[in-house]
Design a protein around this ligand. Sequence first.
Ligand SMILES: [Zn+2]
Length: 332
Amino acid sequence: MAEKITENLWRLDIPLVGNPLKNLNSYLILGEDRSLLIDTGFRRQSCLEPMEAQLAELGVDRDRMDILLTHLHSDHTGLAPTLLRPGCRMFIGRIDGRLLDYTPSDEYWQRDYVMYMANGFSREEIEHLWDTNPAQIAAPDNWKPEFTLLNDGDILRYGGHRLRVIFTPGHTPGHICLYAEDRRWLFSGDHVLFHISPNICRWMFMPDALGSYLESLDKIRDLDTELLLPAHRAVTGVLSVRVDELKAHHARRLANTLQVTGDEPGMNAYQIAARMSWKIRSRNWEEFPLTQKYFAVGETLAHLDYLVLRGRLRVRKSNGLYLYYPVEKPIL
Ligand SMILES: [Zn+2]
């Protein structure tokens, strides 16, 4: 059932079956003229049915419902082409909108998986990922987007509210938040979540994903907010405190990465990830589900990149694998 948050603002609960994220919060701003749906769920029946049911329950005029996507991930974009009616607009940030021309392609995934193999994944693991990775297989099908690309600072108007686009790269290269200036609502997408820390992965198109993410956290930290509207799970706490917690979390992960790399110099990212601590219900690295290993190594790579770019680690390629070494501190 859709949850009324306040006048003309609804939360649609979309289950993400079998995914540790558990659910997607899709938000609907009902307007007299047009309505706006923010994020959609995976391209799967188990997302489509609850989405259709909740939209029907609210009686939204589907021919006047535009869709905004906070970022390109398939749990946000997967159903968008199915839900969009002719004559309605689909908004996305300029950078992720451009990337969506490329990221659903086999060529993109081949390049991505070649990179993961150079960082320690076996060929068997990659072959298995090809058929099972939800980021790949639950993305929009037949994506022929007629996007309206948004720029930082653009203003949209729905339900009588002024909604300002804020570029927040990091979780994806072109992630955006939406801020209702009059009501002080922040639709934070996956930029700020409360029960979990957003996954920050290496990206082909973003050389310093973690550095970008930390900068984007500072960009929204002190926004005046009355309602926080994250894309997954519930809200617990205030924005600036949560931003500080997320920054502290990454500082700890960076320290952990340095320590693990220093303990055994010359490991690849897969081996380093296996020795890091992860919050997942699994006894050890071997028992991690493969897609979780994929995200864990992607996250480890973002932390390794951050440290390499800042001169704390160095990387060398040997026999087709990237290996990481601590940088000795200069003797003063
Ligand atoms: Zn995401």
